[in-house]
Design a protein around this ligand. Structure first.
Ligand SMILES: [Zn+2]
Length: 268
């Protein structure tokens, strides 16, 4: 035992994984303030874009990719599965290969969970308010080129972890439904790029001349939309559909747009 069990044990579960490992897990109840320190007085806000190339991109330009060993394992899984399909069904080699695949699956599952736990801990630790896309909207985006199933599973689990960790630590997690793809709107002047293609990672806004990184721009829009939402509905933090159009109601005249860089700094 690497850790002392605190509180009265409610339940004990014994499980065996497909690769043959046994686990015993204990469920006990511990007071919240014994596990987490009180409010940390952080005020930072962050907008997060979920993606495939970078698992998350924040409005501050931080990009976090899944760790390299995870990507390598996923590749190894593919080749092992191909090798299994060539084996004679239910032969000794078939069973051996199947066990090998179970071990890889297990490794991927644990490493992915570990990656997601560390990341969701970091984000809830550093911020008070977290703005995130609604996954139902994200799921509507068709992506024929990339292995979306892997990303899908991780996005769902990541959101789940952010939700309960935010709750534990008295942080706010606000999910926004996107009416229009946030990657296509300029986060500086709100010009819409109808022509933005999926493979385009960078683009120049013809209105305000900002050069955008696709994902950072999306994360900035998520933060903006989320903050507008909080202003409109300070109490209700549930999912709601918002679009940039609603913000423009009443603004008739466009102010001359200053030349603003990607991080909001004024350019000469
Ligand atoms: Zn612009």
């Amino acid at each position: 035992m690497h850790r002392k069990i605190e509180g009265a044990i409610n339940q004990i579960t014994i499980s065996r994984t497909p690769s043959g490992k046994y686990f015993v897990s204990f469920n006990s109840t511990v007071a919240k303030n014994k596990v987490f320190k009180q409010k940390d007085n952080k005020t930072d806000k962050t907008g997060i874009d979920l993606g495939i190339e970078s698992f998350i991109t924040t409005d501050k330009g931080e990009k976090i990719k899944p760790p390299i060993f995870l990507r390598l394992l996923e590749r190894r899984l593919k080749t092992s599965q191909r090798s299994l399909s060539r084996k004679k069904k239910f032969s000794a080699n078939f069973h051996k290969q199947r066990k090998k695949i179970a071990v890889i699956h297990e490794k991927i599952a644990y490493q992915r969970l570990n990656f997601l736990h560390q990341l969701s801990f970091k984000i809830t630790d550093e911020n008070q308010t977290i703005y995130l896309e609604d996954l139902n909207v994200k799921g509507m985006i068709k992506n024929r080129h990339l292995s979306k199933s892997i990303a899908d599973a991780s996005w769902g689990e990541f959101t789940r972890q952010l939700k309960y960790k935010s709750k534990w630590r008295d942080k706010e997690l606000i999910q926004i439904g996107r009416f229009e793809a946030s990657s296509k709107t300029c986060s500086v002047c709100e010009w819409k790029n109808k022509y933005l293609k999926f493979h385009q990672r960078k683009w120049l806004c013809p209105e305000c001349k900002t050069i955008h990184d696709r994902d950072i721009n999306a994360a900035k829009n998520i933060l903006k939309l989320g903050q507008d939402m909080s202003k409109v509905k300070p109490v209700e933090k549930s999912t709601s559909v918002f679009s940039f159009k609603k913000r423009q109601v009443g603004s008739v005249k466009q102010e001359p747009v200053p030349n603003i860089g990607m991080h909001g700094n004024l350019l000469p």
